[in-house]
Design a protein around this ligand. Structure first.
Ligand code: TYM
Length: 332
């Protein structure tokens, strides 16, 4: 049976990239399949996090989930550290995955930069824990943005090697679900870099908590080339900044880049940027108001996460126990 799992790291405030590449699509899958959405706090600490801030950000990601329309009665919503089976299966997968596979992970290279010797061992092993997040539920579908594709492919490799080494047909081959116009939203100041939570300037990203003025200002200042919009999407080909703004518009409006270009053929930035800002405010403002409302009641968020964790454990624990039996780890 199909089962969806995905997660977001509470390592900074939620961005428009997280919303369009992940949360909005999580909401779209709710009700269609069994859905499990996690705040992956143990992934966040692969880079040092201030403890108070980590707790706060964990609640903020949960508030983003709830405000965008995830419903704890339809989806399991929880934080990773409350379900110990993730870490336990993660260790077993550390013993299945090969060092050579980890060495090919481009995100580690990006994050560790030229100083890989100083990166935490956790940052290096992170994709193996991510495979455990997914496979401890036998999840079959993982909605993610483009940057996570390699990690989901590694998850398939780990499942296949485990099945092969232990001569079982136990872990399923997981499908990454990467579709729609917003799978890689770019930085507003540099169309060759991904929009991320941790980029240095706040002007390069839209945060889910930004107010209308900030959103308008950031789109107005977004870098573009001087040319107007083209008459057809082919004209966006070597124009990364222009393409990014059109893709953001399309994703926010549930349409395609083709339709956006057809609506604004040859438009100048003086026309398109304010239209994009208005659309973004219309879509995001109600969510940010709801997020603030949830953040006013942290105890309620904690209750929702605790109750989701209980439901998550009910699925994960039996799968972990079976894994222990397959591997030959004794248990009482
Ligand atoms: P994270 O926290 O960096 O991002 C969360 C989700 O948001 C997507 N995303 C984007 N999509 C489009 N454009 C962008 N600029 C953009 N920035 C982020 C990401 O692709 C992701 O879907 N390793 C994961 C978290 C994770 C996970 C998992 C995901 C841990 N375990 C198991 C799925 C299943 C991460 O760091 O995502």
């Amino acid at each position: 049976t199909p089962r969806v799992f995905s997660g977001i790291k509470p390592s900074g405030g939620l961005t428009l990239g997280n919303y369009l590449g992940a949360i909005k699509r999580f909401v779209g899958m709710q009700g269609q399949m069994e859905t499990i959405y996690c705040v992956v706090d143990m992934h966040a600490i692969t880079v040092w996090q201030d403890p108070k801030e980590l707790a706060n950000m964990t609640r903020e990601v949960a508030a983003g989930y709830l405000a965008a329309g995830l419903d704890p009665s339809q989806s399991i919503l929880f934080n990773q550290s409350q379900v110990a089976a993730h870490a336990e299966l993660g260790w077993i997968f550390n013993c299945v995955a090969r060092v050579g596979w980890m060495n090919r992970m481009t995100q580690f290279k990006d994050k560790a930069g030229s100083n890989a010797e100083k990166a935490s061992l956790g940052l290096y092993a992170y994709p193996s824990l991510m495979a455990a997040d997914i496979l401890v539920y036998h999840a079959t579908h993982v909605p993610v943005g483009e940057d996570q594709k390699q990690h989901v492919e590694l998850t398939r490799d780990i499942a296949a090697k485990f099945n092969h080494d232990y001569k079982v047909d136990f872990f399923p081959a997981t499908e990454p679900v990467i579709e729609g116009p917003a799978m890689r939203i770019m930085n507003l100041r540099d169309g060759t870099k991904k929009m991320s939570k941790s980029g240095e300037s706040d002007m390069e990203r839209i945060n889910m908590t930004d107010d209308a003025d900030k959103i308008a200002k950031k789109f107005k200042k977004a870098k573009t080339d001087p040319e107007p919009l083209p008459e057809t999407v082919e004209g966006l080909a070597s124009r990364p900044e222009a393409r990014n703004l059109v893709e953001i518009y399309a994703a926010l409006d549930d349409t395609t880049p083709e339709a956006v270009i057809a609506q604004y053929p040859g438009a100048g930035w003086g026309t398109f940027k304010p239209a994009l800002a208005d659309l973004a405010v219309a879509k995001l403002a109600p969510i940010s108001v709801e997020m603030a409302r949830f953040m006013d009641d942290p105890a309620e968020i904690d209750r929702i996460l605790a109750s989701g964790s209980e439901k998550a454990r009910a699925i994960a624990d039996p799968i972990l126990k079976q894994t222990y039996d397959i591997v030959g780890l004794l248990r009482g």
